[in-house]
Design a protein around this ligand. Structure first.
Ligand SMILES: Cc1ncc(COP(=O)(O)O)c(C=O)c1O
Length: 423
């Protein structure tokens, strides 16, 4: 076996992996069409209301196409995935005095959206196999104030929705799926984002479908859809005069340019999901043979894994080197990778210092500080994931099978040459 690249040997992989985003003449034509039409804004014809009937804009067309793809009645496109979470929570009636249960191993938005509508995020640990919210831990987190639960389909693998819904439904708790990693993923019960009371998506640059920025709320609930739509449009009501405002909302619209791109990205999604799955499942099998590498589990209810990220757990002891050293060595072999989140969300100063009071934040201080560091002890699996996970971006999984084999070869090479690379 040749010398490790980090020690001056030849890199396992010399060529780059596919770049992201991917686009073709479809996006180019769609963008030009919007540009030349002069209709750059989804509201320029009329205020359309929740999807239904004919589309008057690219944005309505996209909302309808995305909702239909998920077998859901309403799709409400908006500015970002964070905005989608805020909208859905507010439409579900979540506000001051309420608690929202969230995992700590996720992007900030899952936990900041509750704060932005005046509610308190309460962290609940994740399952070691999937890194998704652990239903077995939910009961300890639920209090009489719990109004909503936000499971994240982390990395694109479905959370245990059956387990979560079984706990939430009898208690009247709203289940909002954060499907920011879930485009194209699914279970026997349906697609990700279509399994709870509402689901949200992000179309930010790194996501499996992107228009640079963008978000969307999916729901079958007509009241939630009407409220989300109203909040996106500055609290207006469909059918009422333009300058009549009924509710405290935002201007959270998506643009026609973004929607035109997303219509094209949606067409490509099934083929790309199949590619990511082929690569991800192949890697799962091959890497399970390498001591010290533990690919993430795929529960039996998963029918499509969206593979927003390819993740495995790295055992520093088995390799005799730190994860950071391993990451450097793998990058040197030509494999783009990272360690993901450096800490669970509750360790951020925002939470530790309770920096969400005052400054116009919609919360009233309860008189005493919320001790977010108590979650360090309550969430050992999230703590461990931050130390041990290795992430590979979804774009890499779009490569050809022979190129995917380079990832396995590089990891195996580092394992076999581990003696040369002690910390
Ligand atoms: C799990 C998760 N939820 C929510 C978001 C928020 O999406 P956005 O960046 O579009 O606001 C992201 C990504 O950025 C995410 O990864």
């Amino acid at each position: 076996m040749s010398k490790l690249a980090i020690l001056g040997g030849p890199a396992t992989r010399q060529k780059p992996f596919p770049a992201w985003p991917i686009y073709d003449e479809g996006e180019e034509r769609a963008l030009l069409e919007v540009l030349r039409s002069g209709q750059w804004w989804s509201g320029s014809l009329s205020y359309g209301g929740p999807s239904g009937g004919g589309a008057e804009s690219k944005s309505q067309e996209f909302e309808q196409a995305f909702a239909a793809f998920h077998g859901v009645r309403f799709g409400l496109a908006c500015a970002t995935g964070t905005a989608a979470l805020e909208l859905a929570l507010k439409a579900a009636g979540v506000g001051p005095g309420d608690e929202v249960i969230v995992p700590p191993y996720t992007f900030l938005a899952t936990a900041s959206a509750p704060l932005l509508v005046g509610a308190i995020p309460v962290f609940c640990d994740i399952e070691p196999g999937t890194l998704n919210l652990d239903p077995a831990r939910l009961l300890e987190a639920i209090t009489p104030r719990t109004k909503a639960i936000i499971p994240v389909h982390f990395a694109g693998v479905a959370a245990d929705m059956e387990g979560i819904l079984a706990i939430a439904r009898p208690r009247g708790i709203f289940v909002l799926e954060d499907a920011a990693h879930g485009h194209g993923g699914g279970t026997r019960a349906g697609r990700l984002g279509a399994l709870g009371d509402a689901g949200t998506f992000s179309f930010q640059a790194s996501k499996n479908m992107t228009s640079g920025e963008g978000g969307l709320v999916l729901t079958d609930n007509a009241e939630v859809a009407e409220l989300c739509n109203s909040y996106i449009w500055a609290g207006r009501k469909v059918g009422r005069p333009w300058y009549e405002h009924y509710r405290l909302g935002w201007n959270y619209r998506i643009t026609e340019f973004q929607s035109a791109i997303l219509l094209q990205q949606l067409k490509r999604l099934p083929e790309q999901t199949a590619r990511r799955m082929r690569s991800g499942y192949w890697l799962n099998e091959r890497l399970a043979q390498v001591p010290g590498i533990e690919p993430m589990a795929v529960p039996e209810w998963v029918t499509e894994h969206a593979f927003h990220l390819y993740i495995f757990r790295f055992d520093a002891e088995a390799f005799g080197m730190s994860r950071e050293r391993f990451l450097e060595a793998l990058q040197a072999e030509g494999i783009p990778c990272s360690g993901g989140y450096s800490q669970p969300l509750y360790r951020n100063p925002l939470f530790v210092e309770n920096n969400f009071w005052g400054n116009g934040a919609p919360l009233t201080p309860p008189g005493e500080k919320i001790d977010y560091l108590r979650f360090v002890e309550q969430c050992p699996v999230s703590e461990r994931a931050c130390r041990e996970a290795v992430w590979i971006e979804h774009r890499v999984l779009l490569a050809e099978p022979e190129e995917i084999a380079d990832i396995a070869r590089a990891i195996e090479k580092i394992y076999f040459c581990r003696g040369d690379l002690r910390d």
